[in-house]
Design a protein around this ligand. Structure first.
Ligand SMILES: [Zn+2]
Length: 677
């Protein structure tokens, strides 16, 4: 019986188009799945999309679509991208599929039947963006997770008795140190759980885009319970079909659940608690990888520095991206992405590294031995350098495998590529091209040995690297005259398996060198994409009224925007409106203005510059709560002085009669600097 291996990516939330961060997680899982298949494991690799929740309902509404249409479109983008990249997932689950919905309800019933669900009333601040109740006080108070304004929600909910699992969870983390990896994440989770757990609200009645609670369809199941369940529903949990039940028995528990570090709490606290409540086995390992930074700063929609995968696929291909991400980033830690580093790595390790080794070795075999793998000379006439390569290869096979199976991809590839470097040096020192000019028997025999040794080392690197760069290695493999590399039993890889006299396939370069224009091309493609998206921003919501909040002090001059010519019926023309440059800004610093109760001095990032703005919102907002918050700025307002401070622009807020000012804000994320029109 083959051992089984079940691996999952998180299912991706369809509020965003797929980007390089999603690709990173998926690539890591794909590489692991491919290696497991080569090792002979009965592998099941699952990915999918998470499609319910208020955020999707609202995003769909803003786009003028039904939630299902909206989810269909974005989910299709993920599937198309994975297909284009050759991702080998065995299934793709969507949480809006019938199979999933029924089985989630089954899980809910199960947890209810074991006595871990009760009904209660909840009042609290809810962050729509994070789908999370948060510890914040007061209507509109910013979410501690993301800084967006929260909503006060009071609803009758079903609660999950999370508090009952504190001890069992702590015991789990202690008994199974590999349950959460890496160590830093495990420590964070242990201290979070050690601090006490509150029961978790697991239903919502304020919106309907979700899976109805069984026997109480006014409620929908909390989006995280719905989403987490995919890992078992996809393989048959809760199904009445025999085949599905057998698949579940066979594959669950998962061997590896890969996640990003931002969703550790959901996967390492809630998920095992749900499973414990349902009396189901727990996954063996949950591995959290770090963030992909763009040139050292966090990639985020708000910074507008998210890199699309398609750009890299178009210019350098999927293997280049896969190799770069797994080689460059220490898995588990944050890593930096830049087009410069990508191209540099591509040229050094792929074009000049394994690509060059393949093309020169195979070209010389074609030229000097009619394209047939040459017979090396008898061991007695071999030189020390020949056996050193063989020895080196044996060591690399062992070390690379261990490192890979510990998910230390960067080190594993470094080790494999040390063999490429050793063979390059070996070829240079032995000058096979000089021997190729000679016809005497000794020279021919030396040449045969050198080219055999190089080709065999190339075969070994190719087999080891296949899970990471599947396309190029498949091509090198067939150029070596070998069969389907995916079927090669990796656990049997050893020196000396290259078939003597075997006919090579036709030799083609696999990694053409990239020049500087590749970087410029990728940068340009990303810029074009960004400006296309900015132009397509939806109009500002109609109910937002621009009220000059900083104009309350008597010193305020009349805003220039008001002097725009009006048309006879009291309305302004679109041209007049276009004179007002409204932009999204982000508050970087905020403090009270001395001697002015109502004023705050703010530093606001407009994407291109930081502005000082003085605003009359001190009675509504504590300065520290504004940091990080996205605001709307009238960017082309003439500068004016308030209490001796220059105010360069104006923040837009609603000023209710006799009430406090409320800042205009966005429910969906929007890049800093985006113009409202
Ligand atoms: Zn939030």
């Amino acid at each position: 019986m083959n051992k089984k291996f079940y691996i999952t990516t998180p299912i991706y939330y369809v509020n965003a188009r797929p980007h390089i961060g999603h690709a990173y997680t998926t690539i890591a899982c794909d590489a692991i799945a491919r290696r497991q298949r080569m090792l002979g494991a009965d592998t099941f690799f699952l990915t999918g999309t998470d499609e319910h929740g208020q955020k999707i309902e609202r995003a769909a509404q803003a786009a003028g679509k039904t939630p299902q249409q909206f989810a269909d479109e974005v989910s299709a983008q993920f599937r198309a991208l994975w297909e284009r990249m050759g991702i080998t997932n065995d299934d793709f689950i969507r949480t809006t599929e019938e199979r999933h919905k029924k089985r989630v309800q089954e899980l809910f019933r199960r947890i209810r039947d074991t006595g871990h669900i009760y009904k209660g009333t909840y009042t609290g601040q809810y962050c729509v963006f994070d789908e999370l109740y948060v510890d914040a006080v007061g209507s509109g108070a910013p979410c501690p997770e993301c800084g967006r304004p929260t909503e006060t929600v009071r609803e009758e909910n079903y609660f999950f008795k999370l508090s009952a699992f504190q001890d069992r969870l702590l015991q789990l983390y202690t008994d199974q140190p590999d349950f959460i990896r890496p160590e830093t994440r495990r420590n964070e989770v242990m201290s979070f759980v050690g601090g006490g757990l509150r029961d978790l609200s697991i239903s919502r009645s304020t919106f309907s885009w979700g899976i109805p609670v069984p026997d109480d369809p006014k409620h929908v199941i909390y989006v995280w319970l719905d989403a987490l369940a995919n890992y078992i529903t996809a393989i048959g949990y809760g199904s009445s079909h025999k085949a599905a039940q057998e698949a579940f028995q066979k594959y669950w528990p998962a061997d590896l659940q890969m996640i990003g570090k931002e969703i550790v709490r959901f996967h390492c606290v809630y998920w095992p608690a749900f499973l414990m409540a349902a009396e189901l086995p727990l996954p063996k390992t949950i591995m959290a990888h770090g963030w992909l930074l763009f040139e050292e700063s966090k990639m985020s929609k708000s910074r507008g520095n998210i890199v699309r995968t398609e750009t890299i696929l178009d210019v350098l291909g999927a293997d280049a991206l896969r190799y770069f991400l797994l080689r460059e980033v220490v898995f588990g830690q944050d890593g930096s992405f830049s087009f410069d580093a990508l191209v540099q790595r591509y040229n050094a390790d792929l074009a000049n590294g394994v690509g060059n080794l393949a093309s020169r070795t195979l070209t010389m075999i074609t030229r000097y031995f009619r394209g047939e793998v040459p017979y090396p000379s008898a061991a007695v006439s071999q030189k020390a350098g020949d056996s050193a390569i063989a020895e080196n290869a044996r060591k690399v096979i062992a070390e690379c495998g261990i490192l890979f199976d510990q998910y230390q991809f960067s080190r594993a590839l470094e080790v494999a590529w040390s063999l490429v470097a050793a063979v390059d040096k070996y070829i240079v020192e032995n000058e096979p091209w000089a021997l190729g000019e000679k016809q005497d028997e000794e020279s021919r025999s030396r040449l045969a040995t050198i080219l055999y040794t190089s080709a065999e080392a190339l075969r070994i690197v190719t087999a080891l690297a296949h899970p990471v760069i599947p396309d190029a290695t498949s091509r090198i493999w067939s150029q070596l005259g070998l069969d389907d590399i995916r079927k090669f039993p990796l656990s049997e890889l050893k020196w000396g398996q290259l078939e003597l006299g075997a006919k090579l396939g036709s030799v083609q370069p696999v990694f053409p060198r990239a020049d500087k224009s590749a970087i410029e091309r990728m940068q340009k493609m990303e810029e074009q994409q960004r400006s296309a998206l900015t132009d397509a921003q939806p109009d500002a919501p109609a109910q937002t009224t621009a009220v000059p909040v900083a104009s309350t002090p008597p010193v305020a001059a009349t805003p220039t925007a008001k002097s725009a010519a009006t048309v006879p019926d009291g309305k302004i023309s679109i041209d007049d409106f276009a004179k007002i440059e409204l932009r999204v800004g982000q508050v970087k610093a905020a403090e009270k203005v001395k001697g002015a109760d109502k004023l705050l001095r703010l530093e606001v990032d407009l994407g291109t510059e930081i502005r000082q703005v003085v605003a009359g919102i001190a009675e509504s907002y504590a300065p520290e709560l504004l940091i990080g918050r996205k605001v709307v700025i009238v960017a082309n307002l003439a500068p004016r002085k308030l209490r001796g401070l220059e105010s360069n622009g104006m923040i837009v807020a609603a000023s209710p009669e006799g009430g406090k000012a409320v800042l205009a804000s966005f429910l969906e994320d929007v890049p800093v600097g985006t113009r409202l029109k």
